[in-house]
Design a protein around this ligand. Structure first.
Ligand SMILES: [Zn+2]
Length: 79
């Protein structure tokens, strides 16, 4: 099929514009990055409960982060 489908974010096809597709790929990869749990200290991929609300799958500790990443917003934009 078309080349755009094979690129990162290609599941969006030609829709939404280049900038949005690029942001989508960046945020999707950040969501899957493991981070250290503030409670139990384990290095795990956090579960997203709602926008800005994250839970540790190991200990069940619930905490706030940014909407699309469990890290605080200040860390997300500097990374
Ligand atoms: Zn934990």
């Amino acid at each position: 099929m078309s080349a755009i489908k094979e690129r990162a974010g290609g599941e969006l096809g030609v829709k939404y514009g280049m900038k949005l597709r690029r942001d989508y790929v960046r945020l999707k990869s950040q969501r899957k990055q493991p981070m250290r749990c503030p409670s139990c200290g384990k290095h795990v991929v956090m579960d997203r409960i709602a926008a800005g609300i994250w839970r540790c799958p190991k200990c069940g500790y619930t905490f706030t982060g940014s909407a699309f990443s469990p890290r605080p917003y200040s860390q997300v934009i500097s990374a």
